[in-house]
Design a protein around this ligand. Structure first.
Ligand SMILES: *[C@@H]1O[C@H](CO)[C@@H](O)[C@H](O)[C@H]1NC(C)=O
Ligand SMILES: *[C@@H]1O[C@H](CO)[C@@H](O)[C@H](O)[C@H]1NC(C)=O
Length: 826
């Protein structure tokens, strides 16, 4: 404004120098008056005549500045020519005035007019920017100041900027300094702390007001962004979390997720999770995802080792605030353990005689799983006579269920199977091998209830006849069968003198040679006894049947053959054809075929006259007897048996073909030389008998003396325990004089001191054909066998059987020689 005023100054000086200033007038108008508005009547105020104005061509001179005013020449009124803006004209300069000259010509005159422009409140206070943004940390201290932009009001004076108002006033108050000076600072001051977590954005309105009438305002928006400060700790959503994990779950299995929140923002609210357990093994088993809070399995969990884990978790933000929580992880059992069978005690052998319910084995079952997974049921395989008894929980005893029989089953494989109740069920089993020990509960059993054995007579002594066999179901010693010949007697003789039984093998040996004609069969009883204690036994009857051999020739009973007499059968001359002359009667002591006799005519005086019946031995005439036939007819008939080979006997049959007995006598004189021969024989026999009798008496004397000597000797022998083999002479008996004696055996049986071994030693069978004529001529024929000499058991005294016919061997031989001589003489 000064600039505008100053240029006017030289003008004034110029004007004053050119002419004289005649009058001066001043006006005051408000700015912004409408065009043509009347400012004042200059002519009147200056005292000028209106015509003068017209003639003087009055005009307004405003210098260089724009012409705001014009002069009405008609009325002399000063009018607003153009809008007058005080703020443009003067700015802040006050007072603001327009200096005008009204210039008149003819004569040149000028007048000064001053028009003061007064302010009108036509400007509101205004801020440069409509809004302003601040970022203030929530941690900003109370009292912190923030400078605000000032507002501007072009008006002056009371129309100018008067005051500021800040709303709302929760956090900030306004501090306006140097209000008087106008160049004041506007500050807002934090009066209450900000909290980003409550209000992240705060919006304030700053209003500037002027003092005009009406009052005008200008506003500015203040946008405050509250910056976060780490003023909040993380907080877990729960203090204790729970989770479960099945045992043996694979690594990486998610167990649970913990979660914490932090009210802060950004890095202040970034939570990192971690596990804080230190003393236990949790950190080797679990890990937590630091960002997501998911807890995973990284190790292995075993319910049987640990049923629950307590994981201490920490959440921390980057500002160092933390929170902790607990995660309890329960391990869920899985049926992963087989039951364990422990054998506490066991016996591997049990006697078959054990009572039922005998305890064999005690077992203990353990299954570390829980619940049904750990409940175990045990069973024993089928088909064994054992059961399991549960004694107390997890303890079982294996007991026998029924009687055992080693002979049926000597060992058992008992498998005990234990299953738990898990799904799927796990099981384990053990197999016990139990041996059944033997008890002697089975007697030996013969293969058959009775036996029949055959032996052909005239066997070699010691020949094995037959074998009996008994088996014993027991074992080992209890099954060791010994065969024992039971005592019995056969025809008054102990059976042991017929047969012996081998104790080990059951072989029945003939002790002697059998004679079918003497004994056809006999029974013996063999006992089989096992080696148990006490022993069991059974017996069996063996029937020994002696089979016939053709060892006897037929014996002719009729006609009687004597050397001393002649017997003849008479055939009357009148006899017809087929006349039965006589009948040869013969017997054969053998049996069967061997005794089936056939008769044949061997020699005959006249073969044409007689025939012999093949079967019946009947001698019949086969033609009419004639007178020419000799009286004395001699037939030799052979009697033959049917044995293989056959044996035969011949018999002489004298037949007298005569009608009367004297005739026979005369005819038979030629038999006398036979008689003489017989007489001679009789004489020699009598002589021999006399000699024998003499010798016999002599011998008797010698015998007695020797016997006494022997007796004394045997006493000594007995005391010295030397084996004595006494010699017993054979007993003899007579035959009919025609027979022969065969196979007379003389043998000795010696038993060793161990009779059980049955080590029989048989003497060589001597075959001595011995014939002795019995003086008494009793006419019976016997086959004589030397008595078996038995040496008795050494623990019993030697018994010497009394023998009336005992003859010392040399004397016996002497007698035998004499008898031989006699026979040979014949
Ligand atoms: C018992 O088992 C053993 C060995 O496996 C076998 O040799 C034997 O024959 C079995 N015994 C029975 C009675 O099954
Ligand atoms: C043979 O056994 C039967 C029963 O089996 C018995 O009665 C008999 O006496 C026994 N005999 C002998 C000789 O032991």
């Amino acid at each position: 404004m000064k600039r505008q005023v100053l240029p006017l100054l030289p003008l004034f000086i110029l004007v004053l120098s050119l002419s004289s200033v005649l009058g001066q007038v001043s006006y005051s108008i408000p700015e912004e008056m409408a065009k043509g508005s009347l400012v004042g009547n200059v002519a009147q105020d200056l005292g000028l005549d209106v015509r003068r104005l017209r003639t003087g061509k009055a005009r307004v001179y405003s210098g260089e500045s724009a012409e705001h005013m014009e002069l009405s020449r008609d009325g002399g009124a000063l009018l607003v020519k153009d809008r007058i803006d005080r703020e443009v004209l003067c700015g802040e300069t006050t007072p603001c005035a327009l200096h005008l000259q009204i210039i008149l010509e003819n004569p040149m005159e000028f007048y000064s007019v001053t028009v003061e422009i007064t302010d009108v409140n036509d400007h509101a206070p205004a801020f440069e920017k409509g809004e302003v943004a601040f970022s203030i940390s929530e941690s900003a201290a109370v009292g912190a100041k923030f400078v605000l932009e000032r507002a501007l009001d072009l008006d002056v004076g009371s129309n100018g900027l008067q005051n500021y108002v800040l709303k709302p006033t929760d956090h900030f108050v306004l501090n306006v300094q140097n209000r008087e000076q106008g160049t004041n600072n506007v500050e807002m001051v934090l009066k209450r702390p900000l909290d980003r977590e409550k209000n992240e954005h705060v919006s304030l309105l700053l209003t500037a007001v002027d003092g005009g009438e009406p009052q005008m305002t200008g506003t500015m928006q203040i946008l405050i962004t509250v910056l976060d400060a780490n003023d909040n700790a993380p907080v877990f959503t729960r203090a204790v979390y729970k989770g479960t994990v099945t045992e043996n779950a694979p690594k990486g299995t998610a167990v649970a997720t913990v979660s914490a929140s932090d009210a802060d923002h950004g890095s202040n609210g970034k939570i990192t999770y971690s596990i804080t357990n230190t003393l236990d093994d949790v950190r080797s088993v679990f890990e937590v995802n630091g960002e997501s809070g998911e807890v995973r399995l990284i190790g292995s969990v075993d319910y049987e080792k640990k049923k629950s884990f307590q994981i201490n978790l920490r959440a921390s933000d980057e500002g160092g605030f933390t929170d902790t929580c607990k995660l309890i992880v329960d391990v869920t059992d899985i049926n992963d353990n087989n039951p364990v069978i422990k054998i506490m005690s066991k016996s591997t052998v049990i006697s078959e005689g054990s009572n039922p319910h005998t305890v064999v084995t005690m077992i203990n079952i353990q299954d570390p799983d829980s619940g049904g997974n750990g409940v175990v049921q045990c069973s024993v395989n089928e088909n064994v006579p054992f059961i399991l008894k549960s004694t107390s929980s997890n303890f079982y005893s294996l007991v026998t269920d029924s009687d055992l029989d080693r002979e049926r089953a000597s060992e058992y494989n008992i498998s005990i199977t234990c299953c738990d109740e898990g799904v799927p069920s796990l099981s384990s089993s053990v197999t016990l091998t139990l041996h059944i020990s033997d008890v002697n509960d089975n007697a030996p059993v013969f293969e058959r209830s009775s036996y029949e054995a055959y032996i052909v007579e005239n066997n070699t002594p010691g020949l094995s006849i037959f074998t009996v066999k008994a088996t014993d179901a027991d074992w080992n010693q209890n099954a060791r069968v010994t065969y024992i010949l039971e005592d019995s007697s056969v025809n008054g003789v102990p059976v042991s003198s017929y047969v012996s039984v081998s104790a080990d093998s059951g072989v029945i040996h003939a002790v002697r040679s059998f004679d079918y004609e003497h004994i056809k069969d006999f029974h013996l009883c063999v006992k089989a006894q096992d080696g148990g204690s006490p022993p069991l036994s059974s017996n069996v009857t063996v029937k020994i049947m002696i089979q016939d051999q053709n060892d006897n020739a037929p014996q002719v009973l009729y006609p009687v053959q004597t050397s001393s007499s002649v017997v003849a059968d008479m055939v009357p001359r009148s006899a017809d054809v087929g006349y039965l002359v006589t009948k040869v009667v013969a017997v054969d002591v053998d049996s069967g075929q061997n005794a089936w006799l056939s008769y044949k005519l061997q020699k005959a005086t006249d073969r044409a006259l007689f025939e012999v019946g093949l079967q019946n031995g009947e001698i019949r005439t086969i033609r009419q007897v004639t007178d020419k036939d000799a009286v004395k007819q001699r037939l030799t008939v052979v009697v033959e048996d049917n044995g293989q080979p056959s044996r035969s006997a011949t018999v002489n049959v004298n037949v007298a073909v005569a009608d009367s007995f004297p005739e026979v006598l005369s005819e038979f004189t030629d038999f006398t030389h036979d008689k003489e021969y017989n007489d001679n024989l009789t004489f020699y026999l009598v002589l021999a008998l006399a000699v024998v009798s003499f010798l016999f008496i002599t011998c008797l004397v010698v015998i007695i003396s020797v016997k006494i000597y022997r007796w004394r000797q045997s006493r000594i022998l007995y005391h010295s325990s030397l084996p004595v083999i006494p010699y017993y002479p054979p007993r003899y008996s007579d035959t009919l004089g025609t027979g022969t004696l065969q196979h007379v055996y003389n043998y000795e049986v010696c038993r060793t001191t161990d009779s059980r071994k049955s080590d029989c030693k048989f003497g060589r069978a001597g075959s001595q054909n011995v014939l002795i004529m019995d003086p008494s001529c009793t006419g019976t024929m016997q086959r004589i066998q030397n008595e078996k000499n038995i040496l008795d058991e050494p623990d019993s005294p030697v018994e010497v059987r009394p023998c009336p016919f005992y003859i010392p061997s040399r004397i016996g031989l002497c007698i035998q020689s004499i008898v031989y001589a006699l026979i040979n003489f014949r």
